[in-house]
Design a binder for this molecule. Structure first.
Ligand code: TMP
Length: 234
């Protein structure tokens, strides 16, 4: 597969075209940002680790019948993915209260939720990805009603699969963010799934194995990411 032009550079990844118009290469960087890029830094080896963790999770989801953009891992920092048009939504699922939900509703971190919470955010960095409802999505044509229904069905299926997958590794899946893309009239899971986009707490100790270590300067960031990789690889 030939790597051609850079077509997109985000905070954590770069996309390149290939000689196949339906496929692009997704390159994982070590750069890390938080709080809508107000905090900037980098995490040693993060790109390599997240490429590998994302590969494992996409493979697990595909084996359970969930369609994703993942085609194959190419090398340490790159995976081959289907070229999608990204739905401008960040879809968040929360199984336990943390992060912005605690700030929004004044909840102690770790508060139990009676059921998972699904949130939609409008993917627009200059607005700080504001939370919106399905009415905003419909009124502003961010996605069709049919696409929203499809995304909701997929998100809960993905949550069930990921909760079970991580629980078997002695990790509780607290929350995570997903992005979806349009590919040949179909909605498929896109972007990445990694400790950058999930909150992962070790069961028993409550130790944070995710980007909150960077956001809050908790130290041992690379070690935490490596630990997640070690567990998903076994
Ligand atoms: P939040 O509590 O900050 O809203 O984050 C919820 C989840 O979404 C958490 O697992 C981190 C992830 N997330 C991203 O992947 N990208 C983002 O830009 C934000 C704000 C959160």
């Amino acid at each position: 597969m030939e790597k051609l032009d850079k077509i997109y550079e985000g905070k954590a990844k770069i996309l390149y075209t290939t000689n196949d118009p339906d496929l692009v290469i997704q390159y994982f960087k070590d750069d890390a940002t938080a709080f809508n890029a107000a905090k900037k830094g980098s995490i040693d080896q993060k790109g390599v680790i997240n490429n590998k963790i994302s590969t494992k999770i996409f493979e697990m989801l595909q084996s359970r019948g969930i369609k994703t953009h993942f085609v194959k891992q190419l090398n340490e920092r790159e995976m081959l993915v289907k070229k999608v048009s990204i739905v401008p939504l960040e879809v968040i699922i929360r199984n336990r209260a943390a992060g912005s939900l605690c700030r929004l509703l004044g909840l102690p971190e770790g508060t139990t939720l009676a059921c998972p919470i699904l949130e939609f955010c409008y993917k627009e960095d200059k607005l700080g990805d504001p939370m919106i409802t399905e009415y905003h999505i419909r009124a502003l044509n961010y996605a069709t009603d049919q696409e929203v229904e499809k995304i909701k069905t997929m998100v809960f299926k993905i949550n069930d699969a990921m909760k079970e997958f991580f629980a078997a590794l002695n990790i509780e899946l607290i929350d995570f963010k997903l992005e979806f893309g349009r590919y040949k009239d179909e909605i498929i899971l896109a972007d990445e799934i990694s400790p950058d986009t999930c909150r992962l707490w070790e069961i028993g100790t409550g130790e944070k194995l995710d980007k909150d270590r960077f956001r809050r300067d908790l130290g041992n960031i690379e070690q935490a990411y490596q630990e997640v990789l070690r567990r998903v690889s076994r």
